[in-house]
Design a protein around this ligand. Structure first.
Ligand code: ADP
Length: 227
């Protein structure tokens, strides 16, 4: 069997070590994501979802344990290597779109590709193809402020997938939308993920959405369990 796209082993993480307000957030997390697997991460607010996603996406380091991406152990790797692997292999989606306001929808998807060394014409073609898949191609030249909340978030999905990552990490990707928009936007996200064969770890409070993923895991008291 091929290596899992993501493997977390024995991850622990706390803050304010040695101080009276010391907190332990993660207490030995083991998790594997197979290629193409879409997993819901369900957790109460403050349980450490963001901490876990940041560690999995190499934005933060654990106190102990290992993070492997595509079979490569990232423990002790230099910042430059971690950044390169993150840019190449990991896409992030947040609750808020974080699009660059001065740039059009399509430019927001082109820019990360240019930063990754892709030629402008190829980057533009890829951006338009992604926008088409999520039904926002007709709005490609609009700036984020001229788009609806659901459109903004769909553009953010395209940006996260622009460089064809292996792994998508999403922190409440529809948490900021009304229920109806949330449904359309979630369907667009799942279609994109399935079309590209990506592995995804998607944090959500919404149990109906969680039930539509391949499996659910729950983070509570620093421990992961099957939901
Ligand atoms: P979630 O995303 O599930 O809401 P977080 O991962 O953001 O949870 O936070 C988990 C816990 O860790 C919270 O109690 C939070 O206050 C604490 N925490 C997160 N980041 C820091 C930090 N940089 N310093 C101190 N405590 C932090």
């Amino acid at each position: 069997m091929s290596d899992p796209v993501l493997r977390l082993s024995g991850i622990t993480k706390g803050y304010n070590h040695g101080k009276p307000n010391e907190v332990t957030v993660l207490r030995g997390i083991d998790l594997q994501l197979a290629r193409g697997e879409v997993v819901a991460l369900v957790a109460p607010s403050g349980a450490g979802k963001s901490t876990l996603l940041h560690i999995a996406g190499l934005l933060d380091t654990p106190d102990a344990g290992t993070v492997e991406i595509g079979g490569i152990d990232m423990t002790g790797k230099q910042d430059g290597t971690r950044t390169a692997v993150r840019r190449r292999d990991v896409g992030f989606i947040y609750q808020f779109h974080h699009l660059l306001p001065e740039f059009s929808a399509v430019e927001n998807i082109v820019l990360p590709q240019l930063a990754n060394g892709i030629a402008r014409s190829a980057a533009l073609a890829r951006a338009m193809e992604l926008l088409d898949q999520v039904g926002v191609a007709p709005r490609a030249d609009h700036r984020p402020a001229a788009l609806s909340g659901g459109e903004q978030q769909r553009v953010a999905f395209c940006r996260a997938l622009a460089n064809s990552p292996k792994l998508l990490l999403a922190d409440e990707p529809t948490g900021n939308l009304d229920p109806e928009t949330s449904e359309t936007v979630f369907a667009a996200l799942m279609a994109l993920v399935r079309n590209t064969g990506l592995s995804a770890l998607i944090a959500t409070h919404n149990l109906e959405l969680a039930a539509r993923m391949d499996r659910q895991i729950r983070l509570d008291q620093g421990i992961l369990s099957a939901n």
